[in-house]
Every structure is written in C-alpha cells, then in structure tokens.
Write a protein that binds this ligand. Structure first.
Ligand code: PLP
Length: 330
C-alpha cells in the first residue's frame, strides 16, 4: 500500500521573493511503497543490486508544453512494458501491472509540480541484503525518480563518433536488450573512451564486428535514400525511440531497412543519426576523423529530428498517441 509523505514540494520563496533552486534531495520520489523526499530514499550498502548491479531500469522523458501548461510523458506505456519484461528476465515476479506502474510514474512526476522537461527513472532492484551472486530467491523493490533534464547531447550541430575498442556486451553475456544496471559499466567504458579521446559518442560493435549502437542510443544510417538500422539480434537495446523513428520514416514515405551494418558502412554512408530517450534524435556528422556524407547534417536526419521534436512537444496531432498529459499538481 502507498503511504503518503508528500513533503518535498517546490521550495519556499526566499525573503527576496525569488524561488530557491530545487535540490534533488527536495524532490519527491517513489521508494519501496511510499512517496518520500529523495533525501529519505536510502538503501543499505548490503543491498544486492548495489553489490552486483542486479537491477533493471528505464529512462523516460516528459516534455513541458508551456502553452497548455502540461507535461507530456513520452511513450510511458512502452517503457513500462519493457521494464516489466526485463524485470522478469532477472527473475523478478509479482510485479505491479502496466496500469499500476504507469499510475505510479505519473503520480511521482505530478507531485513534483515540474514546469520544465523531466527525466524519469523507474527501477526494479534486488533489495535483499545478502552476499551471493545469483538472481533467484531474492527480494526486489521499486523506486521511481523524476528530475529536471535538458539535452544529454547536442542535437543541433552534429555528433562525432569514435569506433569503440570495447565490444557491446553480447546477449549471451549480459542481455543487451535487458537494460540491466550492471551492464551499463560496459557503456561507461565506451562513453569515457570516446569523450576522453575528444569525440562525443562511441560507435560500439557486436562481438562479430557489426555496428551495434552507441553507448546509450540506437544507430541509423542513410544510404541512397533508405534508412538502415541494425536488427534487434545485433546486441542492441530494443529502443522505444528507434520504433518512433521507424514510425516517422513510414509516415514520411522513407524506406527503412533493418539489417546488420558494417563499421566501414558508416564511412561511406550518406547520413547517420542516433536516437534514444537521452540523445533524442541526434544527427552524426563524423566518425573516426572522417566526415559522414557532406560532413553537415543531412536532409533525412534533419527531417526525422525536426518531426521528432515537434511530436514530443505535442505540435503534431498524428503523434499525440505517444504522449500522456500529466497535469499540474492540484
Ligand atoms: C544502450 C542503449 N541503447 C539504446 C537506448 C535507446 O533506447 P530508448 O529509445 O528506449 O531510450 C538506450 C537508452 O536510452 C540505451 O541505454
């Protein structure tokens, strides 16, 4: 049952009248069955998920629409469905239904009364305080946090990729489609290698050497007017945004091919872009010190990106079904 401890509201105005900046600790989160201030959401260092990374999570965005004074949660249901499937992969049963989870996510966001773009992270984690590497016979719990969040990567000027020397964790090692917390150490190696070498993002290959995805984003290239993206069997996260991009391409009459992509195909591609909840739609203009296409953002990447941003901001009726309005707190 939920207990209500709704103490973390917008901060009191300072004596001068200006609101103090919100600290994460002041935000309300959902933690182990109750809404509590983030500062009170604490786990033991013995928590299994802390010791072994045995947790699954989702990253969901909500976009503030100033005209309608509403936050629009983006594809919440799809994320919730993926979260539940992934939790079952980690042998977690007795999960809240899709409707219950969706309701908890919306309520967490609503209680914070955000008037800006937000990142929402629900996570099921192994909460038993036990030593012992395994998945079975362990308790699990749920948390949901929601934070103000802007761009994760520059979507305007074009991203530069570096082919990573790290391979994507293969399905037979840590399921790539699982969005498993421990697996993200793999992405951390990729992202840091790319950034410390002066690039924006990593292009990560499967153990077989096919292009898989970026460190936290799915990959698309354009060749002769066709959008190409690797199949879900090439060790990718089955991205919610990837499906959204394929829907946009269909509506725009742009052919889509789902097939494996060689590393060198990026060198000869006309265009390239990344997509994901974090990166949104980010055109790529270079890889490994080579320009992709003209070295400028290509027309198809630009079109997909612009449609995507119009859609998530609630400006396109045909994509309204992606959005769940989250009204202001009463
Ligand atoms: C490894 C990885 N690939 C792809 C994506 C994109 O998935 P989605 O569009 O569901 O956010 C993410 C998450 O953002 C990710 O972490």
């Amino acid at each position: 049952m939920l207990t209500e401890n709704d103490t973390a509201r917008r901060p009191e105005p300072s004596p001068a009248g200006a609101p103090k900046p919100v600290q994460n600790d002041d935000l309300t989160c959902y933690f182990e069955g109750a809404f509590v201030p983030m500062r009170d959401a604490k786990v033991s260092i013995m928590t299994h998920a802390f010791m072994y990374g045995t947790a699954v999570f989702e990253g969901i965005r909500a976009y503030w629409n100033p005209d309608q004074r509403v936050l629009n949660g983006l594809k919440i249901r799809e994320h919730v469905e993926r979260l539940r499937l992934n939790a079952r992969m980690l042998l977690m049963d007795d999960l809240p239904s899709v409707d219950e989870l969706t309701g908890l996510i919306i309520e967490t966001v609503r209680r914070n009364d955000f008037h800006e773009d937000v990142y929402i992270r629900p996570s099921f984690y192994k909460s038993s305080r036990q030593i012992g590497v395994r998945l079975h016979h362990l308790e699990h719990e749920l948390y949901i946090v929601a934070l103000p969040f802007g761009n994760y990567i520059d979507t305007e000027s074009g991203v530069r990729l570096m082919s990573s020397s790290w391979r994507r964790n293969a399905d037979e090692a840590i399921p790539a489609r699982g969005k498993i917390v421990g697996g993200y150490v793999n992405m951390a190696f990729q992202k840091s290698e790319a950034e410390l070498n002066g690039f924006d993002e990593a292009l990560v290959m499967t153990p077989d050497g096919n292009a898989s995805e970026a460190s936290a984003a799915n990959l698309f290239i354009v060749r002769d007017g066709t959008i190409v993206t690797p199949p879900v069997t090439d060790d990718i996260l089955e991205g919610v945004t990837r499906r959204a991009v394929i829907e946009i391409a269909g509506n725009e009459g742009i052919p889509v091919a789902v097939r494996s992509i060689d590393r060198s195909e990026l060198y000869v591609a006309d265009e390239c872009f990344l997509c994901g909840t974090g990166v949104q739609v980010s055109p790529v203009v270079g890889i490994d010190h080579r320009a992709i296409g003209s070295g400028e953002i290509g027309p198809i990447a630009r079109l997909v990106r612009d449609r995507y941003f119009d859609a998530v901001r609630g400006r396109l009726a045909e994509y309204r079904h992606w959005l769940t309005p989250i009204g202001e707190a009463g």
